[in-house]
Ligand binder design. Structure first.
Ligand SMILES: Nc1nnc(-c2c[nH]c3ncc(-c4c[nH]c5ccccc45)cc23)o1
Length: 333
């Protein structure tokens, strides 16, 4: 897959379908380090025929595409490289022929998991960052994806401070639509937090599927602790099995971060004194004391439903989308 064929050219990059891309990434990830040494220099599958112009089987950095540091939308001193995702640096990329701007995540082969790509390739939704193609150059996998040029919610909050309630409601609706779709396919994102929500002019999308899990049973029994502590639900901390409801708890924690500028817990339990929050979450969740003082009663009620400690009683994405907090009466009504 990807080697030599397709595109009628000499390079190893071809246009293909999702199944071709999955064959390619499985082939590459199954290889031993020794076998990887003998891979062609350039290899890959491009899904997005419209906006990625493969030329005679080639799609080369600084030829068919250029990568450059992401000039942050805000003035914060970011090094121009987007904060690392689960296992990769994210650059801004631009196709030299179509001018299409994309996000390009570089993942060293030794860190690459097929799950990184599989979910994004198989499940397409307007609130899930679209995967445009996967290419291998000098032992690094380059994932080309839909770019959120407004940066992530974390950058926005770090640079501009707490968000206003109507902005929080807008982001929450977008995230819930993406989660409702993923959960309807038994997919758990597993790392919902401000840095994994990126902004475009007209929507927000979920990114970083490196910890994603596709459930085959009612409950997912984890082998390891996955996610980011401050946004983690009590049932994940307990490690006795969980389901898609964990993403809604993490969304609640993300809302607290958007409205106060800090994740839950850290203001009351400073990181300097608490190396881990797992016990605190287990004993004290939900962190409703960390909800912003000026939070509206409707959003406060939303948070109680999203962060209900018992996942069986916690609201689903569909139920939360119907919550009154997301349908505030218009000013003039
Ligand atoms: N870990 C991860 N896996 N996939 C992505 C990703 C896909 N499309 C994207 N678009 C934008 C950004 C992004 C994050 N912080 C930023 C700050 C400034 C500008 C852009 C950004 C990240 C992505 O990120």
């Amino acid at each position: 897959a990807g080697g030599g064929g397709g595109g009628g050219g000499v390079g190893g990059v071809k246009y293909g379908k999702v199944s071709d891309l999955l064959d390619f990434v499985n082939l590459v990830s199954d290889m031993s380090p020794a076998e990887r040494q003998h891979l062609p220099e350039e290899m890959g599958v491009v899904l997005n025929k419209k906006e990625m112009a493969v030329k005679s089987g080639h799609y080369r950095i600084n030829r068919e595409v250029v990568l450059f540091p992401w000039t942050l939308t805000y003035k914060n001193p970011g090094c121009g490289l987007v904060p690392k995702g689960s296992f990769g640096k994210v650059h801004l990329a631009q196709d030299t022929k179509t001018r299409k701007r994309m996000a390009c995540k570089l993942i060293p082969l030794e860190n690459f998991r097929v799950a990184d790509v599989e979910i994004q390739a198989k499940f397409r939704h307007e609130n899930v960052a679209e995967l445009y193609g996967a290419l291998l150059w000098d032992q690094k996998l380059h994932l080309f994806m839909e770019a959120g040029e407004g940066g992530s919610v974390l950058e926005k909050v770090d640079s501009c401070g707490p968000m206003r309630e109507f902005e929080i409601i807008w982001v929450t609706q977008q995230v819930l639509r993406g989660l409702e779709y993923l959960h309807s396919h038994n997919v758990i994102h597993h790392d919902i937090k401000p840095s994994n929500i990126v902004l475009m002019s007209d929507k927000a999308v979920l990114v970083d599927f490196g910890l994603t899990v596709q459930m085959t049973e009612e409950t997912y029994i984890p082998r390891d602790l996955r996610g980011t502590e401050m946004y983690m639900s009590p049932e994940v901390v307990l490690c006795r099995g969980h389901d898609t409801k964990i993403d809604l708890y993490s969304l609640g924690a993300t809302i607290i971060h958007m409205q106060t500028g800090s994740p839950p817990w850290v203001t009351r339990f400073p990181r300097t004194a608490y190396p881990s929050y797992l016990y605190i979450i287990h004993k004290l969740a939900p962190p409703l004391e960390d909800v912003a003082e000026d939070c509206s009663p409707a959003v406060r009620s939303f948070l109680a439903r999203a962060m209900e400690p018992n996942p069986a009683l916690r609201a689903s994405a569909t139920e939360l989308l119907a919550h009154e907090a997301l349908h505030p009466p218009r000013e003039d009504q």
